[in-house]
Design a binder for this molecule. Structure first.
Ligand SMILES: *Cc1c(COP(=O)(O)O)cnc(C)c1O
Length: 518
């Protein structure tokens, strides 16, 4: 076996002895198989099942609905089908394969215990239209999770139904809108810092507000002076992410909240990064009125590829009366009631309405509750501590080869931010990110946040070991050195992936979504 190198990782056997550009007849490279479409490998005369002889069927009985020509569907045998999908799955990167450094996204290991709990029939096989007496256990689990979320955040209530962070933002802003309208004081403007996640301004606009940007200071935080200068009777609220998307704690959030409240506005906190402070900071103590928690980022649960997620919104005493229906309520006899429209006039008359057909994402609730209960309050405190420790380890291990714009000023929270400052002429963050694919990793988040030139945002999360981080850091160091030295090979990376560098603009603007036989 090859020696472990000084970065603590072992180069592949024979690395360097084989030319990188091997084109073969099949297009396959080593164990990476080039995969054709089902339509290309299938044929009409093949099938994975044997049908009994079909009795004569009078097609005229179907009238005008009868098909005029056979459907052009590819027939495949069972092994062909299984191999097709298994090969495709091997072209994907997953948290179960290695470090998944995406910043902001919090891709962390999902304990298998949580998966087991989510699959218990009493949770997995219930139907949202079942009578509530028959799903008391499931409702009780939702209620218990709600109690934990309120306690951990120091807030007053929680809207459990939103199905993702962005959906939670909408929920929070609709609560703010309802609260202001109830006072007869509808306002127009939501202030959003420059470093905000794109969903924040999008949500505010979707909720009918005009969005105004607040600049950042040189140390990567909200410019408090600029923000307070803009406050006035037209400002419905602010949306602030804490810790923010530069991976820094917004130390002045309480000051900001007091100023916003003084002019009659509300404070929305984007709580997607709650995993960095859970067990240590209670947003309720900082004057927050509404904050979504991405269960799928903070309390495990798988995500990516479109979901499913869950974004409960914790609410202050001022906003809780406006939260959406339905929600669970424990009754004096211990049973759980689902408060719906028919109860609302008595129990929750100011609800702004409802966001979801039913009660939300059961599979995410059960995973998150299992995660919380298996860690306990002390364990959650350690989760945030380890997440921050790991990010600082990455920051300090790379800040001699990569520019860390806010690094010299101190520690980061749960994610390490670098810029492309110092790369050779013509070399960019994209080149380094594509090079990371050749090293066997999913790229980090790139070009976000926008306040840093050529941003690279790395969030290792608490579930990585030191050995795993050292291996990742070794790959990053070598790529950073190549970008600074101007290694031309990096410009055409990835070389070892099933696909080369794609035209990302064309892929996004003119995707080919329909297969056409040439
Ligand atoms: C992930 C994220 C969101 C959006 O959450 P979704 O669950 O993807 O809708 C919003 N803000 C920040 C800071 C995030 O990291």
């Amino acid at each position: 076996m090859n020696e472990i190198n000084p970065s603590g990782w072992r180069p592949a056997l024979g690395a360097g002895s084989v030319p990188r550009e091997i084109e073969t007849f099949t297009g396959n490279r080593a164990l990476q198989l080039e995969e054709a479409l089902l339509f290309e490998i299938g044929a009409a005369d093949r099938s994975g099942v044997d049908f009994d002889d079909v009795p004569d069927f009078d097609l005229s009985a179907l009238g005008p609905n009868a098909r005029k020509a056979a459907p052009d569907l590819p027939g495949l045998s069972e092994p062909e089908t299984v191999r097709h999908y298994t090969r495709l799955s091997r072209q994907n990167y997953a948290i179960d394969l290695g470090v998944f450094p995406l910043g902001s996204c919090t891709m962390k290991h999902n304990p298998r215990l949580d998966e087991k709990v989510a699959r218990m029939p009493g949770f997995a096989d219930v139907h949202p239209l079942q009578p509530v007496q028959t799903v008391q256990g499931a409702l009780s689990a939702i209620n218990e999770l709600a109690v934990w979320l309120v306690k951990l955040t120091g807030m007053h209530g929680v809207a459990m139904t939103p199905k993702a962070g962005a959906h939670g933002e909408l929920c929070g802003l609709l609560c703010i809108r309802a609260a202001l309208e109830a006072k007869g004081d509808p306002r127009e403007v939501i202030l959003v810092p420059e470093s905000a996640h794109g969903t924040n301004p999008a949500t505010a606009a979707f909720a009918g507000y005009r969005v105004e940007n607040i600049p950042a200071t040189a140390d990567g935080r909200v410019d408090v002076a600029a923000l307070t200068a803009r406050l006035g009777p037209d400002v419905a609220g602010v949306m602030i992410t804490n810790p923010n998307t530069c991976g820094l704690f917004e130390r002045d959030l309480k000051v900001i909240a007091d100023a916003v409240h003084a002019v009659g506005g509300y404070v929305y906190c984007d709580g997607a990064n709650f995993n960095a402070i859970v067990g240590r900071v209670r947003p309720g103590d900082l004057g927050v009125d509404a904050m979504h928690i991405n269960l799928h980022k903070t309390f495990s649960t798988p995500h990516g590829g479109g979901g499913p997620g869950s974004g409960p919104v914790v609410l202050s005493e001022a906003l809780a009366p406006f939260g959406p229906l339905p929600f669970t309520s424990r009754q004096a006899d211990g049973s759980i009631k689902l408060i719906e429209e028919e109860d609302a006039h008595l129990e929750h008359p100011q609800a702004f309405g409802r966001l979801c057909a039913f009660h939300g994402q059961m599979g995410m609730y059960t995973r998150a509750l299992a995660y919380i209960l298996s860690h306990g309050a002390d364990g959650l405190r350690q989760v945030s501590g380890d997440a921050v420790l790991n990010a600082n380890y990455v920051l300090r291990s790379l800040d001699d080869v990569l520019d860390a714009p806010f690094g010299p000023a101190g520690h980061c929270m749960h994610e390490a931010l670098f810029s492309d400052d110092g790369f050779a002429d013509g070399f960019s963050t994209l080149d380094l990110a594509k090079g990371l694919i050749d090293e066997g990793y999913h790229p980090m988040t790139v070009y976000f946040p926008l306040v840093v030139h050529g941003a690279m945002l790395i969030e290792p999360t608490e579930t990585e070991s030191k050995a795993g981080l050292d291996q990742f850091i070794g790959a990053m160091r070598s790529l950073a050195e190549r970008a600074v030295a101007g290694d031309e090979m990096l410009k055409s990376a990835p070389h070892l992936a099933p696909r080369r560098r794609l035209d990302e603009t064309l892929a996004a603007r003119k995707p080919k979504l329909v297969y056409k036989d040439a």
